[in-house]
Design a protein around this ligand. Structure first.
Ligand code: KG4
Length: 335
């Protein structure tokens, strides 16, 4: 089944043609350069750029796959969660396309598609497994009991891990997207130099909190500025990265042990983090567990992962019609 998949939940307009786990094309028009000027994504600008780019990106995806609209068996689209104006561009484009082609419309949850990025790269990967999903807007530990069945064991009670990276990077003057640049500049350093906290959570044992760490870095940098002093940026970056990774590893492996998972899957933009990958690899090897994470090109937002999840949504009867709407927030286990 050839699926034309569309992604427009944030600042990347992407269209891919996917057949099962094979990506026939995957075109991404990124808006990063424009949002960089503002230090973060400006939702209004994002929607406008999606509206401008989507037709051309779609044409290019078909050209790259050497296919035409009439070869498509279904149209899939990210409908939630994300920036509402940005999502609406993709959803409306997908509705019109599915209607005109007379093929099924498949709504895909953004976080489910981040997990599915792993199916493209690892043909042997099948649920059940334990997933740590870390992105700019979400941090969740979930049991993936089947392709469309999720059980949330824990998640952030405030900021996402990516948000913590992005905001701390920004206050140290690093360009957007902060997480990527923080990871690049972080040195192997004395991570005890700055006493940055591990925020505590009083909710579930697999929950996270990152806002206290973010605030501590903001205070550290502002206090230093007021005194005319400079912080050691690479060391602060390394310390933040280490604290975040410590928390992510601790909860994920505790959950894996309690629920007896032998397969761990990392997903989302933050799964590109070098320390996270390295430490998860070492720990999984030590514990005799299998680790899966997406190749860097599928860690960020892209439509190939939407197509990879769409086939499973379709097989589960999850199709949409012309009343499909975009939703800004929606848990991964919504259905
Ligand atoms: O999954 P994603 O592309 O978008 C959302 O769906 O949220 O994730 C974007 C997030 C941003 O916060 C970005 O800074 C972070 O992923 N990120 C990283 C790295 N690469 C991307 N964070 C830490 N280290 C990285 N190497």
């Amino acid at each position: 089944m050839k699926i034309l998949a569309i992604e427009s939940s944030c600042d990347e307009t992407s269209v891919a043609i996917v057949e099962d786990r094979t990506v026939l094309s995957n075109v991404i028009a990124t808006q990063i350069e424009e949002h960089k000027i503002y230090g973060g994504v400006v939702p209004e600008i994002a929607s406008r750029r999606h509206a401008e780019a989507i037709s051309q990106v779609c044409e290019q995806a078909l050209l790259d796959a050497n296919l035409t609209y009439s070869d498509m068996d279904a149209v899939a689209v990210t409908f939630a969660p994300g920036l509402i104006g940005a999502l609406l561009v993709g959803v409306n484009f997908a509705k019109g396309l599915a209607l005109s082609l007379g093929v099924p419309l498949i709504p895909v949850h953004h976080l489910r598609s981040h997990i599915a990025a792993n199916y493209i790269a690892h043909p042997d990967l099948k649920p059940p497994f334990l997933c740590l999903l870390v992105s700019g807007g979400n941090t969740v530990i979930a049991e993936v009991t089947d392709y469309t069945k999720f059980n949330i064991l824990g998640g952030t009670q405030d900021d996402a891990a990516g948000e913590c990276f992005d905001k701390t990077a920004r206050c140290m003057g690093l360009p957007y997207p902060g997480g990527v640049n923080l990871d690049k500049i972080a040195t192997v350093a004395d991570t005890k130099k700055y006493p940055l906290p591990y925020p505590k959570v009083s909710t579930g044992k697999y929950d996270f909190s990152f806002s206290g760490l973010k605030t501590a870095v903001l205070n550290l940098v502002h206090n230093a500025n007021q005194k005319g002093e400079e912080v050691d940026v690479p060391v602060v970056c390394a310390t933040v990265r280490q604290r975040v990774c410590d928390m992510l590893l601790k909860n994920t492996f505790a959950a894996a042990e309690e629920f007896g998972y032998k397969k761990i899957v990392l997903a989302g933009g933050v799964s590109a983090n070098s320390e996270l990958r390295e430490r998860f690899s070492k720990e999984c090897e030590k514990r005799g567990l299998s680790l899966y994470y997406p190749p860097l090109k599928y860690c960020g937002d892209n439509a190939a992962m939407v197509g990879a999840q769409a086939i499973h949504e379709y097989l589960d009867g999850n199709t949409g019609d012309s009343s499909l709407n975009a939703t800004a927030t929606l848990p991964i286990n919504y259905r």
